[in-house]
Design a protein around this ligand. Structure first.
Ligand code: ATP
Ligand code: MG
Length: 291
């Protein structure tokens, strides 16, 4: 969900509760605040005085507080709405075009689900990586790509999210834009955070059970006894799994992110990774967002 979607969703909730939609200024204030703009900027952009926008902003927070039964104000509106809209945080980072000959569109979008709270991270017992062991890395099937420049803001956001132990990150955008290259570059910068790192493309549509077997085989290398499920490895070690070309398991010509009939179990798997408690990270790379 991006800012426009979140604002549309919010408007629908307001309409359901009050029978009235947000007016255009309230919508504009909401979207601007969600994009972390201050009232001075919003006033300038909308041609109103600062005082007027501030007053209308106060009315908007009051309305939203009533609709969502929460004390909503400028500083917490984004996190409350994101949580209400499904505990989902999406951040969109645009960056300058890398190379006009090869990059068809400059936007690599990144989003994450379920970052862990600092408290959770602190409570967790240290993994072996904290004891300075080298990670076990399998990039044997990753393509060799150039990565020379650009996308600094995406890289630093992704690093931040990984440090915060975000469980599921999606990187999506048009083909050829540099999603895989960006992710492989990122791995070289964050590998000390993990015990295991593995890259797999699902271009050739592996059944989930086969992919899971492959991952389990990889993670079991330094375990005396193999663990039953991927989530068990995700809990006992810090694992980073990169699944590339995820769009291949989506239906074409349908609403974005609908799964092919025989691949619906992937959806459940991704949801589990996003919601269950563990200390690992799954990065999905795709042309479009998963559903
Ligand atoms: N920052 C960069 N600097 C230099 N070259 C880059 C950069 N990012 C990508 N490229 C080059 O652009 C080409 C496309 O990149 P990449 O394969 O990562 O795109 P993609 O978004 O993963 O595409 P697809 O969705 O088709 O897999 C590659 O040849 C890659 O080396
Ligand atoms: Mg790619």
């Amino acid at each position: 969900m991006d800012v426009k979607d979140l604002s549309k969703w919010t408007d629908e909730q307001v309409f359901a509760k009050t029978g009235q939609h947000l007016d255009s200024l309230h919508k504009s204030i909401l979207e601007s605040v969600l994009q972390r703009q201050n009232f001075h900027k919003i006033a300038g952009n909308n041609g109103y005085s600062y005082d007027h926008v501030k007053r209308e902003g106060a009315k908007l927070w009051k309305l939203l507080s009533d609709v969502f039964s929460k004390d909503i104000e400028q500083k917490n509106v984004r996190s409350i709405l994101e949580n209400k809209a499904g505990s989902t945080i999406y951040n969109f980072v645009n960056s300058p075009q890398i190379n006009s000959n090869t990059i068809s569109n400059s936007h690599v979008n990144i989003c994450r689900k379920n970052p862990q709270s600092l408290e959770d991270i602190e409570k967790r017992s240290p993994s072996s990586q904290v004891q300075n062991q080298l990670p076990i890395i399998d990039l044997t099937t990753a393509p060799e790509l150039n990565y020379n420049y650009g996308r600094n803001s995406e890289t630093s956001t992704l690093k931040e999210w990984i440090l915060e132990q975000t469980r599921l990150i999606t990187i999506y955008g048009l083909s050829g834009i540099g999603k895989t290259a960006l992710t492989l570059k990122l791995i070289s910068e964050i590998n000390t955070q993990f015990d295991y790192i593995i890259y797999r493309s699902i271009e050739h549509l592996p059944k989930l059970i086969n992919l899971k077997d492959e991952l389990k085989q990889f993670f079991s290398q330094s375990h005396a006894t193999p663990l039953p499920e991927i989530i068990d490895y995700f809990r006992s070690s810090r694992c980073l799994v990169i699944l590339d070309d995820v769009q291949n398991i989506f239906k074409t010509g349908n609403l974005a992110g609908q799964y092919l009939t025989d691949y619906k179990d992937y959806c459940k798997f991704f949801q589990q990774i996003a919601t269950l408690s563990h200390q690992s990270c799954l990065i999905l790379i795709s042309w479009e967002k998963s559903g």
